[in-house]
Design a protein around this ligand. Structure first.
Ligand SMILES: [Zn+2]
Length: 373
């Protein structure tokens, strides 16, 4: 099988808390859509295995892992705050350690299958915890499944590109490979001026051997498909052409969408699909994960499009607007995975475009020469 999907019913049921915005349930909604649109042919569906503890140390510190282990029973201790555990964003809940091991186990096995078999695409919707740091939890993320999988792949000798289209800067993955040229790390996001984690500016381009191998494309809030695609095509396309990765790892956060309640970019499903198609053109094998995305229906629809794009299977809609006998999602959206076109205009458009042009020019001047572009 060329396409591998990770799905575990028990993992999709996990909640950080009833009011916490991060919902693994999006994976179940995605499965409903994949079934509905006939997208699971020729697909191997695997349960998430638990990651072996020793693999955590490919990225995380033993102290942090010990602290996270003590959270397994859901008991708070004031000392855990040192590790970012027990905060509003990263609550301590019963089973948090096993949840993290299982979620990251999917991403890791995906990487292993791409490395060892003829599989060309592996997707873990309950993965993409790009904010988790070496020694602390951050931004809804406890274990950085992406950093662990990428460390494994580069140890095996693969050249990897990491592309992060979540609306938030992928700061944890950046920190993992900031001085390493074996991973070309690219994050395109709403500027840290306005949004968590407050980093990811265009001048953060790596250090030491990794100088020029860390690329950030911050964008102004309100940025729409047209401006996003301009920046993406100008920067990411030439970099992928020049770097020629063996494996591309992509974090498909759904929160760059215009209907996301926690952020302020204005992408539609059309913009997402174009970006994903462009990445596919320059990628041999693809390891995909979910990520953020707090409009739950939209996020599962975007992941369905990501699946369709990378798996190379076109959606077929035999059941217009109905899943399991019930209307699914907002009625007007339920019949299609696609949004109507959406454009901003006037002064806002000019400001967003001008900001994007400055960022693109800066990267062309600083990063491109290192890659002989
Ligand atoms: Zn996000």
């Amino acid at each position: 099988m060329k396409n591998i999907l990770f799905y575990s019913e028990d993992l999709a049921q996990v909640e950080y808390s009833p009011t916490h915005p991060f919902k693994p349930m999006r994976a179940k909604q995605m499965m409903d859509l994949l079934n509905r649109y006939g997208l699971l042919e020729d697909t191997q569906i695997l349960e998430h295995p638990f990651l072996e503890e020793e693999l955590l140390y490919l990225f995380h510190t033993p102290d942090y892992i010990q602290a996270l282990k003590t959270c397994e029973h859901g008991e708070f201790d004031i000392n855990l705050l040192t590790y970012g555990l027990g905060t509003h964003d990263n609550p301590i809940f019963k089973g948090v350690y096993s949840f993290s091991l299982q979620a990251s186990g999917g991403t890791f096995l995906g990487a292993k299958k791409l490395a060892e078999t003829d599989a060309t695409f592996a997707f873990n919707p309950i993965g993409g915890f790009h904010h988790a740091m070496r020694d602390h939890a951050e931004g809804f993320c406890y274990i950085n499944d992406l950093a662990i999988a990428l460390h494994y792949l580069i140890k095996k000798g693969f050249k990897c590109a990491y592309i992060d289209i979540d609306v938030h800067h992928g700061d944890g993955v950046q920190s993992a490979f900031y001085d390493d040229n074996r991973v070309l790390t690219i994050s395109i996001h709403e500027s840290g001026q306005f949004l968590f984690p407050g980093t990811g500016f265009e001048n953060e381009i790596g250090e030491g051997p990794g100088y020029g191998y860390n690329v950030n494309i911050p964008l102004l809030k309100d940025t729409d498909d047209e401006i996003y695609l301009y920046a993406f095509e100008e920067i990411v396309q030439p970099l992928l052409q020049s770097f020629k990765p063996d494996i591309v790892c992509i974090q498909v956060g759904g929160d760059s969408h215009k209907d996301d309640p926690l952020a302020h970019l204005n992408l539609t499903s059309n913009g997402y699909e174009k970006v994903l198609t462009l990445i596919k053109q320059y990628s041999g094998k693809v390891l995909g994960t979910g990520g953020g995305g707090y409009n739950l229906y939209k996020t599962s629809a975007l992941w369905t499009l990501a699946w369709s794009t990378f798996a190379g299977i076109k959606p077929v809609d035999n059941f217009m607007g109905v899943v399991g006998g019930m209307m699914f999602g907002p009625e007007m959206d339920a019949g299609s995975l696609y949004d109507n076109p959406y454009h901003i205009g006037g002064l806002t458009k000019e400001q967003c475009f001008s900001y994007a042009r400055d960022v693109v020019d800066y990267i062309k001047q600083t990063v491109f020469p290192i890659h002989k572009i």
